[in-house]
Design a protein around this ligand. Structure first.
Ligand code: PMP
Length: 428
């Protein structure tokens, strides 16, 4: 019999830390990760047969829930015709057309296999297009694990290229400028000083990698107006928010046209597929048309494209995002009510099918504020909820996700568990 604990021990023999991506290891909450065996709709089962209501959804892609019949059907049909060709296919043309229709800021798009590839390629393209080197990113935003993006903020408002990972040469990070999220003054000062050297701003237009943090309208506008005024490109990293917070992603909600957009997660419906696209004059700089090199053996993989097309087709159903938004808001509200009933300091918010829960009195607006939330309380909550069969992201710094399969019963069961758990926490 396979048991969860035995598997973790075995995993650690040949897989560093027992996982293939660090946040899966429960490093920030402690304990041993659950090995999952099966998912259906809003639920997952671990190898010990325990069922959980899943609010991770593979970290965002599974807006239709696990093993959605339409996606499975599309994927198996595609797989029967061959797994990969490394040559153009009609399906990738269909997906490109659809993406450009759905996201009006995108005139052209290129498919890749991960969000990391999408952001890395968009940045190279922005640098190639503008002939400039500097890149602006924001504290607490994650854009994948390319060298130039693994950069942390130091002390002070503006910090230059401190690698946040060993193995990143100082030179690879030296052109990355890090500013606090939502800080319009810092952005204005930076552009006044060196706007003509900045190739691009890359931003999570609704941040989801420091828990869920909403941008202020002033910040959203400053990003667009300052980049435009200085000839820098604005890159919306919508790997998480694209087709998740609304039918046109965060840019639709903000009414902003970025120059480039990165997509991932939902766009591949659970398969390895991501994309970057935007203005045609910028995209024309990509090889084979232009001098900016970018490529991939499995880019536009037919099985992944089939999953993406099926997913995009399902989420276009009338009322899809209204229903999803209502459910996610109800989840946030219900958790707040359960916390309030027990006097726990807690807040929560939702945007589309994405939510944040915080052990702080109000939703945070910056990385600094996120860091001030009560992490010990989150960890206690996380483990007790897991025990009750509710699977939240194993970190106080991650957003959560609701799928269209989460039912009223799932929410009620979540609230019942939360009431019990908040009462336990209040006693301690
Ligand atoms: N950008 C954002 C906003 C993300 O949330 C992520 C992944 N969580 C990435 C980029 C990187 O995507 P991937 O893990 O597919 O490389």
């Amino acid at each position: 019999m396979t048991s969860n604990d035995g598997l973790f021990e075995r995993a650690c023999h040949h897989i560093p830390g027992g996982v293939n991506s660090p946040v899966r290891a429960f490093g920030s909450v402690g304990g041993i990760p659950r090995f999952l065996e099966r998912g259906a709709g809003a639920h997952v089962w671990d190898v010990d047969g325990k069922r959980y209501i899943d609010y991770v959804g593979s970290w965002g892609p599974l807006i239709l829930g696990h093993a959605h019949p339409a996606v499975l059907e599309a994927v198996t049909r595609a797989a029967r015709n061959g797994l990969s060709f490394g040559a153009p296919t009609a399906a990738e043309v269909e997906l490109a057309d659809l993406l450009c229709q759905r996201m009006p800021s995108m005139q052209q798009v290129r498919l890749v296999s991960s969000g990391t590839e999408a952001t890395m390629s968009a940045i190279r393209l922005a640098r190639g297009y503008t002939g400039r080197d500097k890149l602006v990113k924001f504290e607490g935003c994650y854009h994948g694990h390319a060298d130039a993006l693994l950069v942390k903020a130091g002390s002070g408002l503006l910090t230059f290229g401190n690698p946040s990972s060993a193995g990143v040469p100082a030179g690879a990070a030296a052109d990355t400028l890090v500013l606090p999220y939502n800080d319009v003054d810092a952005l204005q000062t930076l552009f006044a000083q060196q706007g003509d050297r900045i190739a691009a701003i890359i931003v999570e237009p609704i941040a989801g990698n420091m828990n869920l943090v909403q941008p202020s309208p002033a910040f959203v506008n400053a990003l667009r107006t300052l980049s435009q005024a200085h000839g820098s490109l604005l890159i919306y990293d919508e790997v998480m928010t694209g087709f998740r917070v609304g039918p046109q992603g965060a840019q639709g909600l903000h009414g902003i046209q970025p120059d480039l957009t990165c997509l991932g997660k939902v766009v591949g419906g659970g398969m390895p597929l991501a994309a970057f696209g935007g203005r045609a004059d910028v995209m024309a700089k990509l090889a084979p048309l232009g001098p900016v090199y970018q490529a991939g053996t499995l880019s536009g993989n037919p099985v992944a494209v089939a999953a993406g097309l099926a997913t995009l087709n399902e989420i276009a159903a009338p009322g899809f995002f209204e229903t999803l938004g209502r459910q996610t808001t109800a989840l946030a509200q219900g958790l707040c009510d359960a916390a309030n009933a027990n006097g726990t300091v807690f807040s929560a918010q939702a945007v589309g099918g994405m939510f944040g829960i915080y052990f702080s009195p109000h939703p945070p607006t910056s990385y600094g504020e996120v860091m001030n939330s009560d992490r010990a309380a989150f960890n206690a909550f996380f483990h007790a909820m897991l025990e009750e069969g509710v699977y939240f992201a194993p970190s106080a710094f991650e957003a959560g996700f609701v799928s269209c399969q989460h039912s009223a019963e799932d929410l009620e069961a979540t609230f019942a568990a939360a009431r019990k758990v908040f009462a336990q926490i209040a006693l301690n």
